[in-house]
Design a protein around this ligand. Structure first.
Ligand SMILES: O=C(O)C(=O)C[C@H](O)C(=O)CO
Ligand SMILES: [Zn+2]
Length: 276
């Protein structure tokens, strides 16, 4: 498992493009036959991906310091590819594209598999520390009432689906997770932008056409930087950072948050006038 340390906003003022990418960008999440994980010291979130040709079991590495991966953690999983199954302590949860699964703290065995090994599922997941167990639950996108935001006039018409949230989908100890789908012809997410000092966030961009990119914007509001991102890449957003993006085509992304509270609306909105 790769470890990423926390970064001060004062330091990124001097970062090159390469250093920005080393610290925040997460690539190669969905390599066939592998589970890839990045452990961030920012609120100890783990972002990962599994693309199983054969069934693959999730292993706790030394980094976790526990007998098994979810001994003191919880996890949210969304399948963004062809159908597959996540087996949790012997119970099978079959996930089609866009189906999600919340996995309880204390679950011991977790195995990812695909319906068709030649066309494997694409499981993206976030995991964060937990101190209380909530039931494992399958979440269907069609059962979530989307929150429609933005407009074509502002190039930001999109729908937010909350998969793991105190008010929707599955309940959790601290993980909050969802999917935002841009309407065709819309490019911007999360603009006007915000920060939330109480939570960090990881964004995972997908459903981007080949050769399309998203300019992910981050940094303190008056000291922004960008990271050019391609399909199926993720980015770590510390709590002091804005997180917003503009694509050369419309796209979808999964956001996962953890930290002090779970209140989605507890954002510090950034007035457009102070952006630099
Ligand atoms: O498009 C959006 O706006 C979002 O998806 C917002 C993010 O989920 C977010 O930053 C929540 O804090
Ligand atoms: Zn946010």
């Amino acid at each position: 498992m790769e470890i990423r340390t926390a970064v001060s906003p004062r330091d990124i003022k001097a970062y090159t493009t390469e250093r920005m990418r080393e610290e925040f960008l997460i690539q190669d999440l969905l390599l066939p036959g592998k589970i890839k994980m990045v452990y961030s010291h920012v609120d100890r979130i783990i972002a990962g991906g599994a693309r199983p040709a054969e069934p693959i079991a999730l292993q706790a590495g030394k980094e976790i310091g526990a007998d098994f991966f979810l001994q003191r953690r919880e996890m949210g999983i969304v399948n963004i590819g062809p159908a597959g199954t996540v087996m949790v302590d012997g119970t099978e949860y079959r996930l089609e594209k866009s189906d999600g699964l919340y996995v309880s703290m204390g679950s011991k065995d977790l195995v990812f598999s695909s319906d068709d090994p030649k066309n494997p599922a694409k499981f993206y997941f976030n995991s964060c520390p937990a101190h209380a167990a909530f039931p494992t639950k399958k979440i269907l996108k069609k059962d979530i009432k989307g929150n429609h935001l933005g407009s074509i006039q502002q190039s930001n018409e999109r729908t937010i689906y909350k998969y793991i949230d105190p008010q929707a989908g599955a309940k959790s100890c601290q993980l909050v997770m969802g999917m935002t789908v841009l309407e065709p012809g819309n490019m911007w997410n999360s603009m006007p932008c915000h920060t939330h000092d109480r939570r960090m966030e990881v964004y995972f961009y997908f459903d981007l056409p080949e050769n399309a990119v998203v300019f992910h914007l981050m940094g303190e509001p008056a000291e922004t930087r960008h990271i050019v991102m391609r399909n199926e890449e993720a980015v770590i957003s510390p709590s002091w950072s804005i997180h917003s993006g503009v694509g050369t085509a419309s796209y979808t992304f999964i956001w996962g948050m953890c930290g002090e509270n779970q209140n989605f609306d507890d954002m510090d909105h950034v007035p457009m006038a102070i952006l630099k």
